[in-house]
Design a protein around this ligand. Sequence first.
Ligand code: ADP
Length: 883
Amino acid sequence: MDKPRRPIRRIRNAESVRDTIDDPTSDEFAPLRNSARSLTNESAAAMRAGAQVRDLPVLPVRNTVLLPNMVVPLFIDREPALRAVEEAMNADRSILIVSQRAEDITDPLPQDVYDVGVECVVNRVLRMPDGAGSVLAQAVRRFRIETWLQEAPFGRVRGVAFTEPELRSEQIEALARTALRLFERCVKLSSRLGEDAYIQALNVERPGALADYIVAQLEPPMQTRQEILETFDPAARLRKACYLLQRELNVLELEQSIQEDVQREVDRGQREYYLREQMKVIQKELGEHDPAMRESGELRERIESAGMPAETQARALKELERLEAMPSIAPEYSVLRGYLDWLIALPWNKRSDDRVDLRHVAETLDANHYGLTKVKDRILEFMAVRKLAPEGRTPILCFSGPPGVGKTSLGRSIAEALGRKFVRVSLGGVRDEAEIRGHRRTYVGALPGRIIQTMKQAGTINPVFVLDEIDKLAADYRGDPAAALLEVLDPEQNNTFSDHYLEVPYDLSQVMFVLTANVLHTIPAPLRDRMEVIELSGYTEEEKTHIARQFLIPRQMRDTGLNTNRIEFDDAAINRIIREYTFEAGVRNLEREIGAVMRQVARRVVEGRRHKANVSAARVPVYLGQQKHFPTEPQERDEVGVATGLAWTAAGGDLTTVEVLAVSGRGNILLTGQLGDVMKESAQAALTFTRARATALGLPEAFHEKTDIHVHMPAASIPKDGPSAGVTMAIAMISALTGREIRSDVAMTGEITLRGRVLPVGGVKEKTLAAHRAGVRTIILPRRNLKDLDDVPEEIRNTLAFYPVDTMDEVIELALRNATGRTASGGAPHTTGGASVRQPQPSRPLGEPLAASGRLARPRSTGRRDGGEVSGVHSVNGVVVAG
Ligand code: ADP
């Protein structure tokens, strides 16, 4: 294969170009296609003069077009080509080198090669061992093929060889100069063409040869070179060369401007980098004078001294670097700055000295809270365990009870006793997980969650942290806050609590969490599992009076600036406020009312109207206005169909009344007074039980078919629910149906089953206190609730008689008066109902309460008969319980 090597260009017959043409630039560079193909007269004559008809062997080449005066090494491997070279060597070494029209032809025919080629002299022939050869061909002059003399074994043609004429017209001169000037500019711009290329061009003598030389240097595509080869007229060839030069120049200039642009960009980047580096050095020098530098320096110091764990500190420092690289007006700047401030402000290792001195704890609790002996004992036990096993898995304390009984303030006392900081968060109504865990920083105005916010407020890593109203947590589509809380409270995972805003783990393991709740059943089970519940059920009137005397009045005095020389409260006045102006298990409203009295006294003192106020019971309405609360009172006399129950409310216990009227009808039951589902079902059960006992109760078998029963619970605007009114409803029903009156001095509570069993209920302590407050002295309660009486203060227990029961039959025995004047039919229902029908009958005596002291133990049978008809009365440490 005859591949061209890189051409070696050599200029022959160089002539100096005359420089006498006036204005060479006036020449137009006509496009290639327009350039004249025909020869001018002058050049035609000259060409003819130099033309010579010759017979030459043909060497077709691909990939290249030789132009006269080029010296090119050629590699030859085709047999015909080798034969042609041989032939030339045998003669005068002249050969015609002509280009193939298409590259991929291996055995070109006459029509496959151009008609115009170059007559060359073969200078050196090298034969390779494999038979191929290499020659150095020196192009001499243009040659036009006229006819093919033979095609095989190698091509031989007859044609005309043209010697380049020497022309000196002004036009040619101008073209030559133009070409040279353009070439000079190309050489200057081009990285490929060296300065010597221009020097050589200057030394080419004949203008046509100059064009050939320049085109060879520009290395245009094959087609263009062939076209130049076929342009015999030197003027036309120069023109084409100029056109090619101009094009090349345009490309070069464009290339250069692109390169300059790129360079400029690079330069600017480098320059900025350099300037910034310089600025850093300058800033470092000026350090304390530059506000931005000083600020970031300060931040760095604060981060490093905040005591963060290593990873958190590394993170903070990285964020600080980002901050430093940011202009302070960037919106992200303040977000990042806020974030760093949070990280710095949080306590990471600062702690209060924790001293668990049980005696000190006991003293503090006593100093801040009256009573609550059991609660305080539990707290002390809890503390003792923590002291002995600080790393042990201690459950979390949860105080449960109605509002105002001192749950939160106990937490505060614990903190005070331990010497820890106290913080609290109310969870009431929290339904969004983000409130616990915070929002991610990508949110506008994002903040950490309440836990982290409160830790910042605490300022130490081991505060007493009260989570109030844990029972009021709610969950909705925004996630489950309880799940997040679990992570907060679980000692297994709360050393790496993750807040969405903070993004770094935070250690909550040293925090002492205390929870408070009003009720326990709404607390999510997984949370409840981790809690040690301590119940605070409410205070008796006596306790409230003590609390008022010892704590509330002194505190309110301090707050209003009064002292004992200015105001004095009677016990009777305090009692009246408790009974008539507050209705609560705790003492919050009591404190508020006392405060209201004080403020009025303070005003009078300041106005000079009074020097000292003695607040007596009679004067209470003067300060507090009309009585605000009217407690439910027991029935004044025994009645048919009216029973007194005991209810539990969020404010403590209360009395409730159940009214039942039996009227002629068709066996319907009507329930009114906003009864909940559970309560309605209790009423149904009570009715079915009554029907089952009809014969024993002396009722006709099918009494219900002719009777409608209406059960109503007054205070109809207040929703009521729960199973504990079952016993009360049943007794009222039986009373209404049998006409036997219900003892007005008895209050009862208990759930009833269909077979008449009485099941235990909740809130016994509160119910007992309420009964006591209302002046009821006899209480019927489920036997299995007896244990709850341990919680009732002794002085209250001593004034009450408790009748524990297992069955409804016992309740009937205890609460209903004997029926007299019963009809012969054996107890027909009182279809007219109501109290007016029967006169009250003397009741069987109930057990008399005994005045004694001591703790209430499990009741045991004394076998004592009391009042003849009561089957067994248990006298337990001063309380008579009958059953
Ligand atoms: P809770 O958290 O149970 O709703 P708080 O702890 O807020 O109730 O108590 C309400 C107020 O009653 C507080 O001022 C508290 O000091 C006072 N208080 C409650 N119980 C007692 C008590 N046993 N002795 C003294 N003050 C009490």
